[in-house]
Design a protein around this ligand. Structure first.
Ligand code: CU
Length: 123
């Protein structure tokens, strides 16, 4: 009897969040990108200009699910160009659409509540 694939997928995702991936060291986030450590981003705040994008790189050995929001709670914010959650396995990279509206925005990780980066967009 074949088992549903979800029985394998869920434990693997949970393991990815809380156990380090084995193998070679992850590629380091390039300058200007926001990196990730076990349960946090590499920085708490970034400043960019209107029209710029932000690149987030998972250079940790842990899986993350990032999206707009704060303190682990994903929620869309007016003017924030990132509108969906993104699964970030080790070595993955995500670049937001341009931030076209000046203001303060947040990106968090739904798996690690301490993980929030503040994005200040200026003219
Ligand atoms: Cu995370």
């Amino acid at each position: 009897m074949a088992l549903p694939r979800v029985l394998f997928a869920v434990p693997l995702i949970v393991a990815g969040a809380f156990l380090p991936a084995a193998g070679a060291a992850p590629v380091q986030a390039p300058t200007g990108a926001v990196g990730m450590i076990h349960e946090d981003f590499s920085v708490k705040e970034v400043q960019i200009h209107r029209g710029e994008t932000l690149t987030l790189v998972n250079d940790s050995r842990y899986m993350h699910i990032i999206g707009p929001g704060r303190d682990g709670t994903l929620a869309e914010a007016t003017g924030e160009p990132m509108r969906h959650r993104v699964l970030m396995p080790t070595n993955d990279s995500y670049t937001t659409p341009p931030f076209n509206v000046p203001g303060t925005y947040y990106i968090t990780c739904s798996m690690h509540p301490e993980m929030t980066v503040k994005i200040v967009v200026t003219d």
